[in-house]
Design a protein around this ligand. Structure first.
Ligand code: GLU
Length: 499
């Protein structure tokens, strides 16, 4: 291994779905690794047995891959420094604990939860920050061993200086210092025997040769405890970069109440992976030339960890949708149709088995409708305009437009003209409107509105120059919900008027 090689890691806990905050952390690690020809390690932090589930680990991997990330080492791809799942590394942690206990850098603590709680309450009552008093620090090792042998429960704590300052240079936040008097001796191994996150993360980062730890700012307080652990183990400390939190537009921590937060949900909502990728990269970082619509390769070239902002990043759904529209425009017609298909199949508009004719119709339909939507899932509503033709659901205004004097005359005249036509195209339709105008004396809104309502069963929507060819070319195809031709629509309206 090249000693200077950058090695970063993304270390999710499989306790839920991948949300955008974590995905942004993964993505910044990925960008940093790629631009430094480094290695990205995926490590599953599943020591919290009660909250972790293998299904979540699997889903995290799927969501990261959907987003377009890859990694050189991880539970699914292997690597020289595995296993990459903490639950499979317990022996390694135990041997480190032994070394620390033997060297006196760690000690057994027999304080019960009740005693610790009393200590905490006393500190709080005195207006002080609760810090472990260090009551068991000076217990001789053999005395501690005897108590353990007799079955007494104990946790293992790190012996820390308990005073002075500890500082480090954060790549995003600059100089950071902590007062060790308020840190206390952190628990390394709980009395249940399970090692604590703050402890195992250090061992893993060292053994996996991690050079840069890029993670959320919510870990800042952990970092001081972790640096103390590196020092106790006499291991080199990596560089740290703490990313600001992702907030909702009201400046509170982004949560479901603001909208979708899980990557999986964005995929389901029809946001392109390339757009979400692009958007996440902009959460706390801005490209130097102001052009924000960027593909992966451009982001790898331009991204600069040192330019990442310390202020909270605001998740702006409107901007994500704007970016999504930009990324959609960059796709070929066929690729747009492919992205749209699952959403339209799910809505029941398109068949599971697509013929070439379906594909070419779909491409045309998506091209006509895509400009008006933010996401592919929104296309379902646009397709409803084309497929759903229900006169029963007409609005009050549309109904009276059809039943007005001009409405009736216009529709009858239109039906007469349509009778002689095999397939309507927009040019022929435009010619017909002139004839209808002459025949009926109706013009302007009185002429066009009844025609629109008769063809679409709606008062507004797609322009008829796009709508007519779409309906006419689709009417001959086999769809789960048959697509009515213009003549069929007009006939239905005639029958409706005669009722
Ligand atoms: N497993 C931790 C989490 O999901 C991340 C640990 C780290 O990045 O150091 O929050």
């Amino acid at each position: 291994m090249n000693e200077d090689q950058v090695r970063v890691r993304f270390a999710p806990s499989p306790t839920g779905l991948l949300h955008v905050g974590n995905a942004r952390t993964a993505l910044f690690n990925w960008l940093f690794a790629r631009q430094r020809q480094g290695v990205l390690v995926l490590r599953v932090e599943d020591t919290d047995v009660e909250r972790s589930a293998p299904e979540y680990a699997q889903k995290l991997i799927e969501d990261l891959r959907w987003l377009g990330l890859d990694w050189e080492e991880g539970p699914d791809v292997g690597g020289a420094f595995g296993p990459y799942q903490q639950s499979a590394r317990l022996e390694t942690y135990a041997s480190h604990t032994q070394t620390l206990l033997e060297g006196g850098q760690a000690y057994h603590c027999f304080c019960t939860p009740e005693e610790l709680d009393q200590e905490r309450q006393r500190a709080l009552a005195a207006g002080k920050t609760p810090v472990y008093s260090g009551r068991c620090r000076s217990l001789p090792r053999d005395a501690a061993q005897e108590r353990i042998a007799s079955g007494e429960a104990a946790c293992v704590r790190l012996r820390t200086p308990g005073q002075g300052e500890l500082g480090f240079n954060d790549l995003v936040r600059g100089a950071v210092t902590f007062d060790l008097a308020v840190v206390g001796d952190p628990v390394l191994v709980r009395s249940s025997g399970l090692p604590a996150y703050n402890y195992v993360v250090v061992i893993d980062d060292v053994l996996m040769r991690i050079t840069h730890v890029i993670r959320g700012e919510d870990h800042l307080a952990n970092t001081v405890r972790q640096i103390l652990t590196y020092q106790a183990l006499d291991y080199p400390v990596p560089q740290f970069a703490h990313l600001s939190m992702v907030m909702g537009e009201d400046n509170s921590r982004l949560s479901k109440r603001h909208g979708a937060t899980a990557v999986h949900q964005f995929a389901q909502d029809g946001v392109l992976a390339s757009a979400l990728f692009n958007y996440l990269a902009l959460l706390g970082w801005a490209p130097p030339d102001g052009n924000e619509v960027l593909e992966q390769s451009e982001l790898v070239r331009l991204f600069d960890l040192k330019k990442v902002s310390r202020s909270a990043a605001i998740f702006d759904y409107g901007k994500l949708h704007w970016l999504n529209r930009q990324h959609i425009k960059r796709l070929s017609g066929r690729a747009q149709a492919e992205e749209a298909l699952p959403h339209l199949q799910e809505a029941g508009y398109l068949p599971r088995e697509m013929t070439d004719a379906h594909w070419s119709w779909l491409e045309g339909a998506v091209a006509a409708l895509i400009e008006r939507v933010d996401t592919f899932a929104d296309l379902k509503d646009s397709f409803a305009q084309v497929f759903d033709f229900s006169l029963e659901e007409l609005g009050e205004e549309e109904r009276s437009d059809l039943r007005s004097e001009c409405g009736g005359k216009v529709i009858r005249s239109f039906a007469g003209l349509l009778a002689g036509i095999e397939q309507l195209d927009y040019a022929a339709f435009a010619e017909m409107t002139k004839t209808i105008k002459e025949e009926t004396g109706c013009k302007g809104r009185d002429l066009f509105h009844p025609l629109r309502v008769a063809l679409t069963a709606r008062g507004s929507g797609l322009d008829l120059d796009k709508f007519i060819p779409l309906v006419e070319s689709g009417a001959g195809l086999d769809f789960p919900i048959p697509l009515k031709s213009c003549s069929e629509r007009c006939e239905a309206v005639m029958a409706y008027l005669d009722k």
